[in-house]
Design a protein around this ligand. Structure first.
Ligand SMILES: [Zn+2]
Ligand SMILES: [Zn+2]
Length: 251
């Protein structure tokens, strides 16, 4: 993978106290992409073509709607609607002819041999329209670059492994991604040390969080009413962040 390495955002994220520094980076990537798609990209014909092809997933459509730039969203959505209508028309024949051919076959005979064909194919095409997302694609590309940068820093920046060791691990999704990419980009002692360290901090911090959320539940017992919260007051939020990748809940 040959590319420009920008280590500053990864350093910055790892200097913050959080359950997953990669989720912090991802939230920033997501916010700047939402801004970009509602703003600049609307006037960028090549971007519009990509939006028309892929559209956005429900979560990202909602995020853009909530961001408030209704004209930007309307311009983009209008051309995307037109492309979607074309795709729906292409798929309409498939759905109609599948229904026509199935209509002559008894219900019990349609399962098995017909499974996955006909109407199921037509339905899958519609699902694809609803779920492909240009913003998800961009985030995925960016996060791959950041995980690559993290591995690069682990390898080449002498101060980084220490800071990495003091971090609280990652959310499940980013832990999986880091393991996967470590296999591709690290080798020898470095690969062993990175995976050992990451796995140690991951387990240690899952244990810590589990204790914190337990104390949160115990605080509801009247006998513990006057005891201190410790770190448990926002433990539910932090557990959800740790388990549900990219779910940065606000207080
Ligand atoms: Zn994460
Ligand atoms: Zn999306």
């Amino acid at each position: 993978m040959k590319q420009h390495i920008d280590t500053a955002p990864v350093w910055e994220s790892y200097r913050q106290d959080c359950e997953c520094p990669l989720c912090l980076l991802q939230a920033k990537v997501e916010a700047s992409n939402v801004d970009y798609f509602l703003g600049e990209s609307v006037m960028e014909p090549s971007q519009r073509i990509e939006v028309n092809k892929k559209g956005f997933c429900p979560g990202h459509f909602k995020m853009m709607y909530d961001a408030g730039n209704r004209l930007g969203l309307a311009l983009m959505t209008h051309t995307y609607m037109k492309e979607t209508i074309k795709a729906l028309k292409d798929n309409a024949d498939r759905a109609r002819s599948a229904a026509a051919s199935d209509s002559g076959v008894a219900l019990f005979k349609r399962f098995g041999g017909q499974k996955g064909g006909g109407l199921a194919d037509a339905a899958n095409e519609v699902k694809k329209l609803a779920n492909t997302c240009l913003l998800c694609d961009r985030i995925r590309e960016n996060m791959e670059r950041y995980v690559y940068t993290l591995l690069y820093m682990y390898k080449h920046e002498p101060e980084f492994p220490k800071l990495f060791e003091q971090s609280k691990g990652m959310c499940l999704e980013h832990y999986a991604q880091a393991l996967e990419m470590a296999q591709k980009h690290l080798s020898g002692e470095q690969l062993r040390r990175f995976v050992d360290t990451l796995t140690d901090i991951e387990l240690k911090n899952f244990d810590r969080l589990s204790g914190e959320i337990e104390w949160f539940t115990n605080k509801f017992d009247y006998r513990n009413q006057d005891k201190p919260w410790g770190n448990s007051r926002d433990a539910v939020k932090r557990c959800v962040n740790k388990l549900g990748h990219q779910v940065i809940l606000e207080d």
